[in-house]
Write a protein that binds this ligand. Structure first.
Ligand code: FE2
Length: 272
């Protein structure tokens, strides 16, 4: 199944406008475009000239935003032994969750639950995995909706959530601080603070598989990023400092949309 890109050109422009508190009037004035052209862009009927004029006013890359408009990029398909992804429906959208395991030691962890964790649970059981830990990237409902079911399936697993995440959980959880590390069989999981979309979102970097992996939640998407609801500037900054500094081959596992890599995001993400 090919998962579609999470954000279209108009979504990216809207996120950047909200993030920089730019009104349509101010964008029209600074970009020197007709109001109707900006309206069309925001409604998904943009043209390339308008996109190229608007992008720099919002701190976006004109070339990368034009690629988004013209559908010129989709990340390379990725498969990795030790990584399993689910993509489950939540209202009119889809949300990802992940199972990561050490293929040599039958030990793994879940990262978020999505709206329905049954495929994650089945996969872990089919592989005969021990699941000592369940990591949460953040506490927005779509990502943790099936936590009770997961808790019942793996009653001994510890649940981990960023210490600054404000939303209460229905279950007891260990608080994760930036720099904390955990072992998972022969794998190492290390926590990085990528906040701005939520109060205390955590990116979990996993080393030990044939390629490094980062579970990023809604910090960054293939070709976009989660909305900067708490702080747009800090969402941009922590993505730059904590994710885009990882090895370029690192596979990024976002909360929505397809898998991507650090290298591909550096080359194709209009926000960076
Ligand atoms: Fe979120």
């Amino acid at each position: 199944m090919k998962i579609s890109i999470e954000d279209f050109c108009e979504d990216i422009v809207q996120k950047a406008m909200r993030g920089t508190a730019a009104s349509p009037e101010s964008v029209v004035e600074r970009a020197e475009v007709a109001p109707a052209s900006l309206d069309a862009l925001l409604e998904g009927r943009g043209d390339e000239a308008t996109v190229r004029a608007v992008a720099p006013c919002l701190g976006l890359s004109a070339d990368k935003l034009a690629d988004s408009l013209l559908d010129r990029w989709y990340p390379e398909p990725r498969e990795l032994d030790g990584l399993f992804m689910t993509n489950t429906a939540y209202h009119d959208m889809f949300v990802n969750a992940y199972l990561i395991w050490d293929p040599s030691q039958h030990c793994g962890a879940l990262f978020d639950t999505g709206s329905d964790a049954s495929a994650l649970i089945e996969k872990a059981q089919e592989l005969g995995l021990d699941i000592p830990r369940i990591f949460l990237t953040h506490t927005h409902r779509d990502h943790i909706m099936d936590l009770d079911r997961v808790r019942k399936a793996f009653p001994k697993a510890e649940i981990h959530v960023g210490e600054r995440e404000a939303n209460a959980l229905s279950v007891a959880a260990q608080r994760v601080r930036p720099g904390d590390t955990y072992s998972l069989g022969g794998l190492t999981v290390s926590a990085r603070l990528t906040w701005g979309h939520s109060d205390g979102g955590i990116t979990y970097v996993i080393d030990g598989l044939s390629s490094p992996v980062a579970i990023v939640g809604d910090a960054i998407f293939a070709g976009s990023m989660g909305g900067g609801m708490v702080s747009y500037d800090d969402a941009l900054r922590t993505n730059r400092e904590e994710i885009l500094t990882l090895d370029e081959a690192t596979i990024l596992c976002p909360g929505h949309g397809p898998l991507t890599t650090v290298g591909e995001e550096k080359r194709h993400n209009p926000f960076f």
